[in-house]
Design a protein around this ligand. Structure first.
Ligand SMILES: [Zn+2]
Length: 652
């Protein structure tokens, strides 16, 4: 076996490498003293990935930069080259102390070129080894005894479908069929696992365009074929949803994205320093989410530490984080690199923070909307957890709610909002009850009204779980039909509960498909309004983080910068400049911020008429707006005063 050093491999010209390294195995010695027995294929691939070392020749080539170390006995997947380039990048940065973006710029360019070179060279060189998947591969997989067994054991419940997917994955990963190209593609992740599941296993639970889930799952898959009328019609809704998403939904997402970009542009730049702030954000790190805090600084026993994402022991505990909200640099439009964290080294110093972060976040949501068709999967069932008043009055069995047996319902009525049940009257007039219960209406809250000693006690109970609302059960509808019901002064239905058999179900919460547009709408409302009357910036950040982290993996830095842009110095005194160094710091709504910072934001949105004809405007003041190089020519006095206040040098 030929022995090689990593440096020798690096010094071999690229084109020569393909013809030189053709032996079965090589013993490679790395510059951290480690050795590795590896194949010719790996040597050539490493040669490409190591190109950046040519420009940084003093950096040691260590074993962790080899394809074998990165793959770690797994399949070569689409992520391998990215992980390798990442390792090389990090090692070079660490060894050559490349800290800020300007220093990394050249290296980033090289990495980009390597990526292109890999693509171009490999496409050409390995074209003779490229294979295709044909229909027979699929047929073979569908007829594998393990897969047949999965199909036979399938029951029409969300759990059973999930289980079938898990078993399909296990069967395909463990199979030793080497001539089946579909199996290879599956193992190497060149095909989407989710889509493969729906081809081989069942299509699963499908949702309609309004996100309501069909009660029956489609138990056949795309390979065995959808042959019943129900299967075909139900599956057609996926295409309908997809069409809908690329039209209305993408418009909503992009509109919100632009609005938020303009709103958050007031957090302008990062300054490479430590402001020495002692204002911390007490953050409870949820389980499995330490990676959301990568690069953040926190204080522990008086010293400032940086989180690198490996501190799993900090999860479920409260730490004191430095955040953009607590930064105390003089210029409120800037944030220091310590408060912002290590992420400040990842972009140019003159990038606009608010804009960069908002577009990063919103790009993810717009992309998911565009991929509706590709991300579609079987809707998963999840247990309903009742909270607060709802847990006092109800208990849940799967998706059905029952009245609590321990509560005394004598002299008690339940009040149902007539606006939420627009079809109830019509249904009560029918002589039969063969109707789709969800068409009667969806209930989000009910009122329990109890008469005790001539006193009337009313108690509003929220009956939503996530974005799932309640519908009437057949049993409760029958009861309403048999009972004398009344109407309250607002015209709502008042139903005495004294004769209702509480062993019977009262409401159900039908399964709903999670929808990215609901996510975007709520996201926008948290950022742009005082969502749920939250005015404390840290509370708002917590609400925003909780919401976003359910959908995407996101760094907290991005969210805190967005929240910071909506803070104001002192709303009561009409000072809507950014809430830096203020004891009266609150967050404000988009409308108030625009009125008092720059009307251009309101003028650039679709509600222009409302803005133009609103007599309540604070008009065109030169207050609290972002600096512009031309300002000094139009308002020299204000610019000089502002720079004095902010402790900046006077303009030459
Ligand atoms: Zn700071």
């Amino acid at each position: 076996m030929q022995a090689l050093t990593a440096r020798e491999i690096l010094h071999t010209p690229l084109l020569t490498a393909w013809n030189t390294y053709t032996d079965k195995a090589y013993l490679v010695t790395y510059e951290d003293g480690e050795q590795e027995v590896t194949s010719a294929k790996s040597v050539v691939f490493n040669r490409y990935i190591w190109i950046p070392f040519e420009t940084y020749p003093h950096t040691p080539i260590t074993k962790d930069c080899s394809v074998q170390s990165v793959m770690n006995r797994q399949y070569f997947t689409a992520e391998v080259h990215i992980r390798m380039l990442e390792t090389v990048f990090k090692n070079i940065c660490a060894f050559n102390r490349l800290a800020n973006y300007d220093q990394k710029d050249q290296l980033l360019k090289i990495i980009y070129q390597v990526f292109n070179l890999l693509y171009v060279d490999y496409i050409n060189r390995i074209s003779t080894h490229v294979t295709t998947i044909d229909a027979i591969d699929f047929v073979e997989v569908v007829n594998m005894p393990e897969i047949v067994a999965i199909r036979e054991n399938l029951r029409p419940s969300p759990d059973s479908i999930e289980q079938a997917y898990k078993e399909t994955k296990k069967a395909l990963t463990n199979t030793t069929r080497v001539n089946n190209m579909f199996v290879h593609a599956y193992k190497s992740k060149s095909i989407n696992e989710n889509q493969a599941n729906q081809c081989i296993g069942p299509r699963g639970f499908v949702a309609d365009i309004d996100r309501s889930v069909f009660k029956q799952p489609i138990t056949s898959g795309f390979i065995t074929g959808m042959t019943t009328l129900f299967d075909l019609v139900a599956e057609s809704r996926t295409a309908a949803k997809s069409l809908n998403a690329t039209d209305k939904h993408i418009a909503i997402s992009e509109y919100n994205s632009r609005l938020m970009q303009l709103l958050t542009m007031v957090s302008q730049n990062v300054e490479c320093t430590d402001c020495g702030s002692t204002e911390y954000y007490d953050f409870l790190i949820p389980p499995n989410s330490i990676h959301h805090l990568k690069g953040k600084y926190y204080t522990s026993e008086g010293t400032l530490k940086c989180i690198d994402g490996s501190e799993v022991h900090l999860e479920n505990s409260i730490i004191k984080l430095r955040t953009a909200l607590g930064c105390n640099l003089q210029d409120a439009h800037k944030v220091c690199s310590t408060c912002l964290g290590e992420v400040s080294k990842n972009f140019r110093q003159d990038s606009n923070l608010g804009y960069t972060f908002t577009s990063f976040l919103m790009e993810k949501s717009s992309q998911s909307i565009l991929s509706t068709k590709h991300l579609t999967h079987s809707v998963k069932g999840n247990a309903i957890l009742l909270e607060g008043e709802a847990s006092t009055h109800f208990y849940a069995k799967i998706d059905t709610l029952y009245l609590n047996k321990n509560v005394d319902y004598t002299n008690t009525s339940i009040i149902l909002d007539s606006k939420q049940l627009p079809k109830l009257m019509d249904v009560l007039n029918l002589s039969h009850s063969h109707i789709a219960l969800e068409k009667i209406g969806e209930i989000t809250a009910v009122i329990f009204q109890k008469d005790v000693h001539n006193k009337r006690l009313a108690n509003t109970v929220n009956v939503q779980y996530g974005d799932r609302s309640c519908i009437l059960t057949k049993e409760f509808l029958e009861y309403i039909r048999r009972t004398n019901i009344y109407s309250d002064p607002k015209g709502n239905y008042l139903i005495p509960l004294n004769k209702f058999n509480i062993a019977l179900p009262i409401f159900t919460m039908p399964l709903k498909e999670n929808n990215i547009i609901n996510f975007v709408t709520k996201l926008a409302s948290i950022i742009e309004t005082n969502y749920e009357k939250i005015t404390d910036p840290y509370d708002k950040l917590t609400a925003l983080y909780t919401h976003v982290s359910k959908q995407f993996s996101i760094n907290l830095t991005i969210l805190e910068t967005l929240v910071y842009a909506t803070t104001v110095y002192n709303a009561q005194q009409n000072d809507y400049s950014l809430g830096r160094n203020s004891v009266n710091k609150t967050t404000e709504s988009l409308v108030n911020l625009s009125k008092s910072r720059s009307l251009s934001l309101l003028f650039s949105t679709k509600n222009q008429e409302a803005v133009i004809f609103d007599s309540n405007l604070a008009t065109f003041q030169h207050k609290n707006i972002i600096d512009h190089p031309m300002d000094v020519f139009f308002s020299p006095h204000e610019v000089v005063e502002y720079r004095k206040k902010a402790g900046l040098s006077s303009l030459a």
